[in-house]
Design a protein around this ligand. Structure first.
Ligand SMILES: C[S@@+](CC[C@H](N)C(=O)[O-])C[C@H]1O[C@@H](n2cnc3c(N)ncnc32)[C@H](O)[C@@H]1O
Length: 362
């Protein structure tokens, strides 16, 4: 081997060595984020006028003052990760500020701003998200295993919400928050008239506590909106009369409407189940000429911004839905499912550079 080759391979080794350390420690990012939300640090910084020292944060959050140096280290990690920012000059005490990420983690009941602080409690939930993946290797080797979730917890994914009230609540709260932010941005970014204009009725299937359906009903008061979800979800839904809640199983029946809306539902299902649900949707909606369509919100891999954070988040979520037997899909994979379910046209609109709206026409 020439000395030039040796030099390159040594450099590669350095990089590889750091990357293995980095990958192995990524759980500290999620658990550190959960801790910061649990302690109420974004809300504390907001309450201090948007800029706070470590002592201010201790006072506001009730952290044990003896842990000040540990909290400073947690804040340093979260600042380098982009969750917080600092104004720090020449070794002086840092002043922590909110970033675009932590601004939507402020949990302030009096505020009308966005609050996504419940989402990490589902995406990084120790008992149902993180621990499930401790079984991934066993599941890969086990030819008789059904879903990864069943291997880990002994029950199918969506039936655990029936047995675990706190999981059910966190699931419903986090997706209602996600939907209200997504829909608001979507309605501002693309207007929504092209997608929802002219509809007289819409059913949000697997719509949880109606975050999306309520936003659509408010923006388009002429659309009669309803939400179909499992009994354990609907029985806990806070109803303000904006939308009608219907309890049921989408595999058994989907109520008739001009449009069926499915946000973050089909990616929890395998291809055959997606085809089954879409065939049911097709019988629930009128023809294309009469305004019938299915509106799907999901990732379309390869669409949206192609930066590292977007791509990595999409494929991280793709691996995360393995637990239900689902998948994030590329356009050709979606197309195959649509054709098999009897649809013949579709249109993709990327939103937030991250998710996409797919209108599917019968
Ligand atoms: C990831 S959540 C998405 C919630 C909502 N669409 C949103 O994005 O805010 C998936 C939803 O599908 C519902 N779901 C799962 N299986 C279902 C079924 N067989 N029938 C009706 N709803 C179902 C779950 O209860 C849950 O509310």
């Amino acid at each position: 081997m020439s000395s030039a080759q040796e030099e390159v391979s040594t450099q590669n080794l350095h990089r590889g060595y750091v990357e293995i350390w980095h990958h192995s420690l990524l759980h500290i990012k999620s658990t550190g984020l959960l801790c910061a939300i649990g302690l109420g640090i974004p809300t504390a910084i907001q309450r201090c006028g948007g800029a706070a020292t470590i002592s201010d944060i201790i006072t506001e959050t009730g952290v044990d003052p003896a842990k000040l140096s540990y909290l400073r280290r947690l804040m340093r990690m979260l600042t380098i990760s982009g969750i917080f920012a600092t104004d720090q000059h020449d070794g002086s005490e840092p002043i922590y500020k909110l970033t675009s990420a932590s601004r939507i983690l402020v949990n302030d009941r009096d505020s009308t701003s966005y609050d996504l602080s419940s989402l990490p409690s589902i995406l990084a939930r120790p008992s149902t998200a993180i621990s499930t993946f401790f079984c991934l290797e066993t599941w890969f080797r086990d030819a008789s295993a059904t879903t990864l979730f069943e291997t880990a917890h002994g029950v199918p994914g969506w039936s655990l919400t029936k047995n675990d009230a706190s999981y059910n609540k966190d699931m419903n709260d986090s997706f209602a928050a996600d939907s209200s932010i997504f829909m608001d941005v979507m309605l501002k970014e693309v207007g929504g008239t092209d997608i929802f204009g002219g509809l007289r009725s819409l059913v949000d299937v697997g719509g949880g506590h109606g975050g999306a359906a309520k936003a659509i009903a408010r923006a388009f008061p002429d659309i009669k909106c309803s939400v179909l979800d499992l009994e354990q979800v609907i029985s806990q839904a806070p109803s303000d009369g904006t939308v009608q809640f219907i309890s049921g199983d989408m595999f058994e029946s989907i109520p008739p409407a001009d449009a069926v809306f499915l946000k973050l539902v089909l990616d929890s299902l395998g291809d055959d189940d997606c085809v089954k649900i879409l065939r049911r949707c097709k019988t629930a909606i009128p023809t294309r000429d009469a305004g019938g369509k299915v509106i799907i919100v999901n990732f379309v891999l390869g669409h949206g911004e192609q930066d590292k954070i977007v791509l990595e988040t999409q494929v991280l979520f793709d691996v995360s839905v393995i637990r239900y037997g689902g998948a994030e899909r590329e356009e050709h994979e979606w197309k195959k499912i649509f054709l098999e379910a009897g649809f013949n046209d579709y249109k993709i609109t990327p939103i937030l550079g991250f998710l996409s709206i797919i209108e599917v026409f019968p």
